[in-house]
Design a protein around this ligand. Structure first.
Ligand SMILES: Cc1cc2nc3c(=O)[nH]c(=O)nc-3n(C[C@H](O)[C@H](O)[C@H](O)COP(=O)(O)OP(=O)(O)OC[C@H]3O[C@@H](n4cnc5c(N)ncnc54)[C@H](O)[C@@H]3O)c2cc1C
Length: 431
């Protein structure tokens, strides 16, 4: 069986000009040269690939990670840094679609991340400040109330909040209600991804940068070809998510690689810091288009949401978001914005992460729908177990066929239409 390659991934790219990259030293990048053998090869060094590699290496399984750029280059090193629990849908729906274990797994994922950070002593600005899910209209507030009732029935410890409590937390009257989830937290995602890479390497995983896999072929085991080398492996995990190229047939077409943009302000003056998420909680809004934000370790506001649907950098790239933030907290105008960047979020048709089997001994796990920081962390050890012989239900996701999303090639037009619609609704509602 031969997989590949209508679309070759571009490789050797520098990190995007994010706040995170500005505070990081350049990584040493060693490409794969020549031929090597291993038990499991992992394609992609985001949190998913690295968390899996770490678990494999700690368990004594030989592991090679092949990354087209450098660890954390994809969504994992440029995201909003929100460590959130759960999947998009309410627990009752997740239970019906994926089973009870998927609900528990997704709600415990932030705790797993916190434990991992503590066990490895990762320096990644992790704080378990909790998180808000915020409604911006009456229907959204009713939906959150219903959700809280569901959580209470399952003894998931969230708290319902009225508009006044949300205003006190976020320093804006934008919200009609919300909930507070104490397990949520925040990290500097690039430091976190790099910390995972260092831990995986010191446990014995071999990580190669600037090494895009340009061909994957099954011949007994797997043969993965990069421009300057070859890996022979018994098993393989494709962990390329929103940056998937044509390596696994149909994978790209099964994901909508929608861009999400983040603007980072200059450090906030003390009065604003005291008003906006003063306990370093994270917040994301419900509704058609997610706006999400947090205040980081240096007191900067990181404000994310929809923006240009192509790679873009600099605060100007996030003008739509900075304008919204300045409407919510007019004092921000005097503070100003220092960074703007974006990256690809992998959206699936059913908004669930997908697990696919490729050939006899290949797995693909992708489609974290903007919630991958905790989920991919928690999935790593499960995928590692599956790749080393544990029964399929060790991964709390059903194995499905790779299936294209309808109208996938036209996703930028779809996103533009949704953005125009939500802008119009916002203007009509005077918000
Ligand atoms: C702007 C933004 C904000 C976000 N905010 C949050 C948030 O606050 N909280 C949250 O939970 N989630 C958030 N997400 C989503 C989260 O970042 C992702 O779900 C998660 O990082 C996915 O990790 P991953 O390891 O699966 O993929 P990625 O981190 O995208 O890694 C995939 C890697 O595969 C590599 N690759 C691709 N093709 C090849 C090939 N052929 N050969 C070798 N390597 C290859 C790429 O270079 C890339 O490094 C956000 C995403 C974005 C873009």
């Amino acid at each position: 069986m031969k997989l590949y390659d209508r679309v070759r991934t571009r490789a050797g790219r520098r990190l995007p000009a994010s706040l995170y990259a500005a505070g990081a030293v350049a990584a040493e990048r060693h490409p794969l040269e020549g031929e090597i053998r291993t038990d499991v090869a992992v394609v992609g060094a985001g949190i998913l690939g690295l968390s899996t590699a770490l678990a494999l290496a700690e368990g004594g399984t030989g592991c090679v990670v092949l990354e087209a750029n450098e660890p954390g280059w994809g969504a994992s090193g440029r995201n909003g840094g929100q460590v959130n629990a759960g999947l998009k849908w309410a627990p009752s729906r997740v239970e019906a679609d994926l089973g009870v274990e998927a609900v528990a797994f997704s709600y415990e994922a932030p705790t797993r991340l916190g434990e991992l950070v503590a066990r490895l002593g990762l320096d990644c600005d992790y704080v378990n400040g909790g998180g808000y899910r915020a409604a911006t209209d009456a229907q959204g507030a009713r939906d959150i109330e219903a959700l809280v009732a569901e959580f209470e029935r399952r003894t998931i410890p969230v708290r319902a909040l009225d508009a006044g409590a949300m205003q006190a937390a976020a320093g804006t009257g934008r919200y009609t209600g919300g909930l507070f989830d104490p397990v949520a937290g925040q990290v500097n995602p690039l430091k976190y991804a790099r910390g995972l890479a260092a831990a995986a390497a010191s446990a014995g995983a071999r990580i190669f940068c600037d090494s895009p896999v340009i061909e994957a072929r099954q011949a007994g085991g797997w043969i993965l070809r990069t421009p300057r080398g070859t890996v022979r492996a018994e098993k393989v995990l494709f962990a390329t998510n929103g940056y998937s190229d044509g390596l696994v047939p149909g994978l790209r077409g099964s994901l909508l690689p929608v861009f999400s943009t983040i603007a980072a302000s200059h450090p906030l003056p003390a009065p604003l810091r005291a008003r906006i998420l003063a306990g370093r909680e994270v917040l994301y809004e419900t509704g058609l288009q997610t706006v999400y934000y947090r205040v980081d370790a240096e007191g900067r506001l990181l404000f994310g949401g929809r923006g240009p649907q192509a790679s873009a950098e600099g605060p100007g790239a996030a003008r739509r978001l900075t304008a919204l933030a300045e409407r919510l907290w007019p004092d921000l105008r005097a503070v100003g914005w220092q960074y703007g960047w974006n990256g690809r979020v992998a959206i699936t048709g059913d908004h669930y992460p997908h697990l696919h089997e490729v050939g006899g001994a290949g797995l693909v796990c992708a489609g974290f729908n903007g919630r991958g920081v905790a989920l991919t962390t928690a999935l790593g050890p499960r995928l590692a177990a599956r790749l080393t012989g544990a029964p399929p239900d060790v991964v709390p996701l059903p194995v499905t066929a790779v299936k294209g999303v309808a109208f996938q090639p036209f996703w930028p037009a779809g996103v533009a239409a949704v953005m125009a619609w939500t802008d119009l609704k916002r203007r009509l509602a005077g918000r």
